[in-house]
Ligand binder design. Structure first.
Ligand code: MSP
Length: 513
């Protein structure tokens, strides 16, 4: 089995400031990327910005800027966000790069060669904000405007010459593909929506526009620019040096293992994208996971409601691990979920500060005081010690399965329960009493609890990378050993050198903060 793993985020429109929704997609993808590295996979994790199309051109014009200069400035905000969120992405792609241009021309030519493109005339509804075409039954009247029922954004009537992709002939092939690959679309509730939509019958898709110029020109007919979604989706193979399909990157990483996206863009990823690829004689990705919507106090975040929670502000105030943990603990991955500052504080205090943070702090200070700040060496473990360690080790296959099914919430629950159990074990074992009674016993307890702290830290590392790294550094444990083999190995801590100082992990948030 190949040990390569390719994971992507959506590429973001850089037309405004990055918000919580962008942060969420990116954090989720980062957690899976980091987890696969712990599983010792060769991981390629891609993110980037989606810079062509009418929406960006309009926005640039509003700001009196040339679209490329406008994108250069705004794309940088998203690049900085990757640092701010502590993403471990291996690449950051911009659709204005040459490598992407070549790749889009490459896929276009393949679709021409396969006979899947023809020239015609489009007339119908279009939303610039969603960069999407809508059918009559997908729009409604609202306050005197026509809007999309699903996104609420305004649509306008379009009539222009357009190239079309013969999507209509791919319906049966897509249904067969979904059937043969039952986990292609997750969660399965979303899969049902997609299947129903395809079963209704697909119409050919307009894939070029003539009423503006900000995009990749259609080869041999530069009156047209290529539809921004065909352009954008292709980013996932541009990063693998497509159209060269013989290079190692493409060979090792395509088809992608996992596209993490929001539910709003499922149709593009689960219908258009595999159809384009099948027509271009390329494999579709292995999985598309559509996560839910982040709500603020149960409502969609919007400027007019004044309920926008800014990821950067939260990170500056409380820390990046705190935001990462809170978002994925609180919001059930496939569903919509509400976030609020009150819940954030409770979650940081109870799970991070009082549970994992407190466990590390109290054990390390006990060792400093009572063992010359060195981890005691003692393999004389009793049943209770072994049970504590074995329970975690025996759960590893289950935990791997959870993560490979993107069951992130359950994973966190299980790992957190280990931390809770470890705190309880430390209390119940009373090393402070054993210190006077039976020094060897105290050493066995400390040996055990330190092993467990190491193991929990490895398991939590994909979610809270900074804090767990601090803990592992305190243990003189090298970052390169953060993997599952190290969990099973009880001989990989140094007992001869002193522990490093543990920096504060999570400050407790007081009410007025
Ligand atoms: N450019 C396209 C994606 C092209 S991928 C080939 C796009 N960009 S976007 O900037 O509008 O948003 C991208 C993603 O941000 C959404 O799919 C979703 O993943 C995320 N979110 C935006 N707002 C969100 C919430 N309020 N909640 C959760 N995620 C949402 O669409």
């Amino acid at each position: 089995m190949s040990k390569n793993f390719y994971i992507t985020t959506p590429i973001y429109y850089p037309s405004g400031k990055p918000h919580m929704g962008h942060a969420y997609s990116s954090i989720v993808a980062d957690i899976f990327a980091r987890f696969k590295r712990i599983e010792k996979y060769e991981v390629l994790f891609l993110t980037g910005t989606d810079e062509h199309g009418q929406k960006i051109q309009k926005e640039a014009k509003k700001n009196n800027k040339d679209p490329k200069i406008f994108c250069d400035e705004l794309s940088d905000n998203f690049r900085s966000l990757t640092k701010k969120l502590n993403l471990s992405n291996d690449d950051f792609i911009r659709t204005t790069e040459t490598r992407h241009y070549e790749s889009v021309i490459g896929i276009w030519n393949r679709l021409i060669d396969s006979g899947d493109i023809y020239l015609g005339k489009y007339s119908g509804w279009y939303s610039v904000s969603d960069e999407a075409f809508y059918e009559k039954d997908e729009i409604e009247d609202k306050d005197g405007n026509k809007v999309s029922k699903s996104s609420g954004s305004r649509v306008e009537w379009l009539e222009e010459e357009s190239y079309f992709f013969k999507l209509s002939i791919w319906g049966d092939r897509l249904l067969e593909f979904y059937k043969n690959n039952p986990d292609f679309i997750l969660p399965s509730s979303r899969k049902n929506e997609v299947v129903k939509f395809v079963e209704k019958g697909l119409k050919d898709l307009s894939i070029s526009r003539t009423s503006f110029s900000w995009g990749i020109p259609v080869p041999k007919n530069n009156k047209h620019v290529i539809y921004v979604w065909l352009d954008a989706l292709t980013n996932y193979i541009s990063a693998l040096n497509f159209p060269d399909v013989t290079n190692t990157k493409f060979k090792n990483f395509w088809p992608a293992d996992l596209h993490i996206i929001g539910k709003d863009i499922l149709r593009f990823h689960a219908i258009f994208w595999p159809a384009f690829l099948l027509a271009a004689k390329l494999s579709p990705p292995k999985r598309v996971f559509g996560h839910g919507w982040i709500l603020s106090d149960d409502k969609k975040m919007s400027k007019s409601l004044g309920n926008i929670l800014d990821p950067i502000e939260i990170i500056n105030k409380y820390g990046v691990d705190q935001l990462r943990y809170y978002l994925v603990k609180e919001v059930s991955l496939g569903n919509d979920g509400s976030i609020s500052m009150d819940n954030l504080k409770n979650c940081i205090n109870s799970d991070l500060a009082n549970n994992y943070g407190n466990l590390c702090q109290r054990v390390f200070s006990f060792i400093k005081k009572n063992c010359n700040n060195k981890i005691p060496e003692n393999t004389n473990l009793n049943k209770k010690d072994k049970n504590l360690l074995d329970n975690l080790i025996n759960n590893l296959p289950h935990l791997i399965k959870l993560m490979n099914n993107q069951n992130l919430n359950e994973y966190i629950k299980v790992v957190l329960s280990f931390s809770f159990e470890a705190n309880k074990y430390f209390n119940d074992s009373e090393p402070w009493t054993e210190k006077k009674k039976n020094h060897k016993r105290m050493e066995a307890i400390l040996f055990t609890i330190i092993q467990q702290i190491k193991n929990i830290s490895i398991l939590l590392n994909p979610i809270v990378p900074d804090a767990t790294k601090k803990v592992l550094t305190t243990l003189n444990f090298p970052s390169k050993n953060i993997n599952f083999d190290s969990i099973k190995n009880m001989n990989n801590l140094n007992h001869k050198i002193e522990l490093n100082n543990l920096e504060i992990l999570f400050r407790k948030i007081e009410d007025d903060n």
